[in-house]
Design a protein around this ligand. Structure first.
Ligand code: PMP
Length: 398
């Protein structure tokens, strides 16, 4: 059997239309399949490879750590330098109230941990989130997700969750004195890059403080430099009670975290003791990779170029088939009239060696979220290919 046949037979599938690219090697913004064909990765493995594939400094940190130790003990028992140095580095990039980092393995797990922490700290159980939000696929994360289609066949889910409209201040009264937490993506990703403004975030902060609900920013997709600031909430001057990150955090290895104050986090220590535990959370190799990733992102001006790079994409991507564009930094949505047109464009671009994608809850918009390391020259090259694909699709449609 070929690898492709084995993949379909023995690797569990999540759709009937997997992309089926068989990649042999990846470097920077490029991936190579087994025929040697080169692909430009404009989606970073869904906002993971913010520093590109196999960044040399990340590889070096991984190799150094491999030579010392890998897994030693479940999370939270031994003092492991990669964890402590990473936690210190992350806290140094955050306001002083966000001073305690709980390491987990994925985005969904960060959401689960934060849900438990909020319930335990506030002694309340209602959780509010936004329509069209995505917070993960595990049962807690799914319960607060804002898309009914993803949830309907998995009920019963966690009770006492409610949805309000993203960016709408009129709905904030629904966050009340029974609410444990309000979860919000600082920039909504899977709804096709939806952005709110500083007034909204200020009102949100004020409301949560007023009623004693914890404000939780999910930056699993929009954090780690994706929007041009290290944390997306830096655009809005509002500080959450709990911050979530994952995806690009591990520089290509699995790692996530929920971050809060020492005071809030301390409730996981007692009643019950070991209030949240994980075997692999904060794996030392992943933490070493993460520290190197942060150094790459924060040293050398990469984040300062994000806006200029995004603007170049938006300026170059002009075509009669494109009906709208939205972005926050290098998290971009290029909208078409229909899924059918988008799908034709995506397929054509892949044929020509450029990988884009759509969004979970916005199937007429093209996802462009390249590694932040993409050069201006590479942006010209990839946009030329996308424009070529657009022209061919346009002819096909006539
Ligand atoms: N929150 C957001 C905003 C996400 O984009 C994602 C993943 N797309 C998740 C949570 C879940 O992360 P994971 O897939 O690592 O569980």
């Amino acid at each position: 059997m070929t690898n492709r046949e084995l993949f379909l037979l023995n690797v569990a599938q999540t759709s009937n239309f997997p992309l089926m690219l068989e990649i042999q090697r990846a470097e920077g913004i490029y991936m190579y399949d087994n025929s040697g064909k080169k692909y430009t990765d404009l989606i970073s493995g869904i906002s993971v490879s913010n520093v590109g594939h196999r960044h040399p400094r990340v590889l070096e940190a991984i190799k150094d750590q491999l030579d010392k130790y890998m897994h030693l003990m479940v999370y939270g028992e031994y003092v492991q330098a990669p964890q402590t140095l990473l936690a210190q580095k992350i806290c140094s990039l955050l306001p002083s109230t966000l001073s305690s980092v709980y390491f987990v393995n994925s985005g969904s797990e960060a959401v689960e941990g934060a849900m438990k922490l909020a319930k335990r700290y506030t002694k309340r159980h209602k959780i509010i989130s936004c329509f069209d939000s995505y917070h993960g696929s595990t049962q807690g994360a799914l319960s607060i997700g804002g898309n009914e289609k993803l949830k309907q066949n998995f009920r019963p889910l966690i009770p006492d969750t409610e949805r309000i409209r993203f960016g709408n201040t009129e709905d904030l009264f629904r966050i009340d004195r029974e609410t444990a937490a309000f979860f919000i993506e600082t920039v909504q990703g899977e709804s096709g890059v939806r952005i709110s403004n500083e007034q909204y975030f200020e009102a949100l902060r004020a409301r949560c403080t007023e009623v004693g609900a914890l404000l939780i920013f999910d930056e699993i997709q929009c954090g780690f430099g994706r929007t041009g600031k290290f944390w997306a909430f830096e655009h809005y001057n509002v500080v959450p009670d709990i911050l979530l990150c994952a995806k690009s955090m591990g520089g290509g290895l699995p790692l996530g975290a929920f971050i809060s104050s020492n005071d809030i986090m301390s409730v996981l220590k007692e009643n019950p003791i070991l209030g949240h535990i994980t075997t692999f959370g904060g794996n030392p190799v992943c933490c070493a990779a993460s520290l190197a990733t942060i150094e790459v992102l924060t040293e050398g001006g990469l984040l300062n170029e994000v806006d200029a790079k995004a603007n170049l994409f938006l300026e170059l991507l002009q075509h009669q088939l494109i009906v709208n564009k939205r972005n926050k930094g290098l998290l971009m949505a290029i909208e078409f009239e229909s899924f059918i047109i988008l799908k034709l464009v995506i397929d054509k671009a892949i044929e020509k060696g450029v990988i884009t994608d759509w969004f979970l809850f916005c199937d007429n918009a093209m996802r462009i979220a390249p590694p932040l390391t993409i050069t201006f020259e590479e942006i010209y090259q990839s946009c030329a290919i996308i424009l070529d694909a657009l022209s061919e699709v346009n002819l096909q449609l006539k």
